[in-house]
Design a protein around this ligand. Structure first.
Ligand SMILES: Cc1ncc(COP(=O)(O)O)c(C=O)c1O
Length: 430
């Protein structure tokens, strides 16, 4: 992989340069754009399989076993979920909708871990009815509501409590979740008190922590994993399950480098096993909940160039046929990307271009300061590393239908989401 041209570094594993530009598993991106239209989400099956199976294998080294629950919030398209299920992962779901998606994709209810800082009774009903492996409590009201659902359904439910340990991570503040003041989880002291005094029908199995997302320095993730067993021992918590969440980052631009998900999972297992040995504790079952690090690097978004113009300050805009409707991350977090022209990825840049989205917001910008060979109307722009938190966050602002998605592997390109037609935009209006 290291011999790949720099421009291709954030692209999926199967990407290579062919006679007509970038190819994915042998299919030119320009062909995919012509066949399925733009904007188009493209996912590389090989990238997803490799990462999912590496995490699953790493957990097999855990003394008391482990479970990798894929975070559906990062990508919940059924065609991709089926692939992830085939690799042996479970699912982390944060709503009745995500539970339905996991079940439709073939996940067993017993492989589901349920999240949410404001779960409704409907979400909790769906969780208990699915036979979810664990519901992660976000506070006492959540516990009381879940207990009421369990009474109504005549069931009991295994639970974890989400702790916000007060550990800061080096990521955008809008995707940090484990600091003091986070809206997620409870303080360590409150978590311990809740586990000691759970309402009838709920069985406490351990604790959960999730520090944030797009974390490239893994030290805080390992620190949290090491801290939790010692904390549980000090509080007298019977730690049967330790869920250390997700959060591992990916490479969005060629300059970045990102940790390997399999190696990181092995490090987590080792850190937890060592600290449990030091504390004289049995190693709990370990759960991880990766999302972005499984699917993020697999995705490419393809756009068509609609027009170019040089404006009053001398800068040149390149307008494309997508934007914030298919990529919310720029507006939400100021995320940066390294787009290339799919047919001319290695041609020298003739300037630094600003890539504009088509939505009526000045913040609707795909990327700024991008070195490209002079873009022409009709060129296909390929934005790499768009597999996570893109399709799941897509919306229909300005009444543009949401894009189609294809899954590509050696066998070909399979349409897994069709483009949203204009008529469908009014399906719910009465
Ligand atoms: C509880 C929980 N688990 C897992 C994840 C997945 O995180 P990531 O996609 O960064 O791996 C998230 C996302 O924020 C989360 O909130």
């Amino acid at each position: 992989m290291s011999e790949r041209p720099t421009a291709l570094l954030p692209f999926p594993d199967s990407a290579a340069i062919g006679p007509v530009g970038i190819e994915l598993a042998g299919r030119p991106l320009t062909d995919l754009a012509a066949e399925f239209g733009t904007p188009l989400y493209v996912y590389d099956a090989a990238s997803i399989r490799t990462r999912a199976s590496a995490v699953v294998s790493a957990l097999q080294t855990a003394p008391s076993g482990g479970r990798a629950a894929f975070a559906l919030k990062s990508l919940s398209t059924l065609g991709v979920l089926r692939l992830i299920h085939e690799q042996g992962m479970g699912a982390d779901c944060a709503s009745a909708g995500e539970i339905a998606a996991a079940l439709r994709a073939g996940f067993d209810g017993g492989s589901l871990v349920i999240h949410g800082n404001a779960k409704s009774s409907e979400d909790l009903h769906a969780a208990v009815e699915a036979g979810a492996r664990l519901v992660v409590l976000d506070g006492r009201d959540d516990a009381e509501r879940l207990a009421a659902v369990c009474r109504e359904l005549g069931r009991t439910q295994d639970v974890l409590v989400r702790i916000a340990p007060g550990i800061d991570v080096d990521t955008h503040r809008h995707i940090a979740t484990g600091h003091h003041g986070s809206k997620f989880g409870v303080t360590p002291a409150e978590g311990a008190a809740l586990l000691r005094d759970l309402p009838a029908g709920l069985n406490g199995r351990g604790v959960h922590v999730h520090l944030g997302s797009q974390i490239l320095d893994t030290a805080p993730l390992i620190a949290a994993a090491r801290w939790l067993p010692a904390f549980a021992k000090a509080e007298g918590i019977d730690l049967q399950v330790l869920d250390v969440g997700g959060g591992l980052g990916i490479r969005y631009t060629p300059e970045q480098s990102a940790p390997d998900p399999g190696a990181h999972t092995r490090n987590l297992v080792e850190a937890i096993s060592t600290v449990c040995g030091d504390e004289g504790l049995d190693v709990p079952e370990i759960i991880v909940e990766p999302g972005r690090s499984i699917v993020g690097q697999s995705g490419i978004t393809l756009y068509s160039v609609i027009g170019t113009k040089t404006v009053g300050d001398g800068s040149t805009w390149v307008a494309v046929d997508g934007g914030m409707g298919d990529n919310m991350r720029v507006g939400l977090y100021g995320a940066t990307y390294a787009p290339v022209l799919a047919a001319r990825p290695l041609d020298p840049g003739t300037g630094l271009y600003r890539i504009a989205g088509r939505h009526c917001e000045s913040t609707d910008v795909v990327a700024e300061g991008v070195a490209l060979p002079t873009p022409q109307v009709g060129d296909v722009l390929a934005v790499p590393a768009t597999g996570a938190y893109h399709q799941t966050m897509a919306h229909t602002y300005n009444l543009f239908g949401r894009p189609a998605a294809v899954l590509v592997d050696e066998a070909g390109a399979q349409l897994i989401t069709r483009r949203e037609a204009t008529d469908e935009l009014f399906a719910r209006d009465v």
